[in-house]
Design a protein around this ligand. Structure first.
Ligand SMILES: C[S@@+](CC[C@H](N)C(=O)[O-])C[C@H]1O[C@@H](n2cnc3c(N)ncnc32)[C@H](O)[C@@H]1O
Length: 207
């Protein structure tokens, strides 16, 4: 597995978003999460990428802040800003500097994109800054994929390992399910080193 180098990673994601011509449709996970979210509430989309899900939440009257460390994607996302949708460049290594609180946190395809130390900082921050629910969708260790072939940093961990980390922070898990049916692979994802439906884990935490 590649090691997590901050500059190499941010360069990878800046290039990825530079080459991306259009925003993807909102994910199936965002539709799933929405069924648990009250309207006129507040949500932080952690590692928001091209804003596909942040835009969807804001369209559903949820006050949304999207954060990501890629300056390229944050600059592009600014064009979607409204009264209830904002974007901020934020390195998750420094998330404790973010002093705002939210009812919900949404983290899609983010946990496997960061190392264990950053994950622990995010969990620590969420334990004091989120008041209602936390939604996580992440890749987990998949026997069908050879980590040597990854084109960029992806962390390998099992469902049990994530659950153990969350329990250490006293989070109450109300949903935890792994499946290959959660996000069907599409060519438009332009992820060169994967070509099949990934094994994903969905978790909901109730504060
Ligand atoms: C796989 S993408 C997921 C994007 C989006 N959530 C989605 O579902 O399409 C992972 C995102 O995490 C961001 N990211 C990775 N490491 C980060 C860090 N240390 N701080 C902030 N964002 C980071 C990347 O820039 C990228 O946008």
């Amino acid at each position: 597995m590649k090691s997590y180098e901050l500059s190499e990673n941010s360069e990878y994601w800046d290039n990825y978003y530079n080459n991306k011509k259009s925003i993807l449709p909102n994910s199936d996970f965002s539709k799933f999460a929405l069924t648990y979210i009250k309207t006129n509430s507040s949500l932080i989309d952690i590692g928001c990428g091209d804003a596909r899900d942040s835009v969807f939440f804001a369209k559903n009257n949820i006050k949304t802040l999207g954060i990501d460390f890629s300056q390229v994607t944050i600059t592009k996302n600014k064009k979607y800003e409204t009264d209830i949708l904002k974007f901020k460049k934020q390195n998750l290594m420094d998330i404790e500097k973010l002093t705002k609180s939210f009812e919900y946190a949404y983290c899609r395809f983010m946990l496997h994109a960061i190392n264990y130390e950053i994950q622990e900082q995010i969990f620590q921050w969420m334990s004091k800054s989120i008041s209602d629910k936390i939604f996580i969708e992440t890749r987990i260790t998949d026997s069908k994929i050879d980590p040597q072939k990854y084109s960029h940093y992806r962390r390998n961990f099992t469902q049990g390992e994530v659950v153990k980390s969350l329990e250490k922070h006293n989070f109450r898990i109300i949903y935890s399910q792994a499946s290959r049916d959660f996000s069907r692979y599409k060519k438009s994802y332009i992820v060169k080193d994967l070509t099949h439906d990934p094994l994903l884990l969905r978790i909901i935490i109730q504060k």
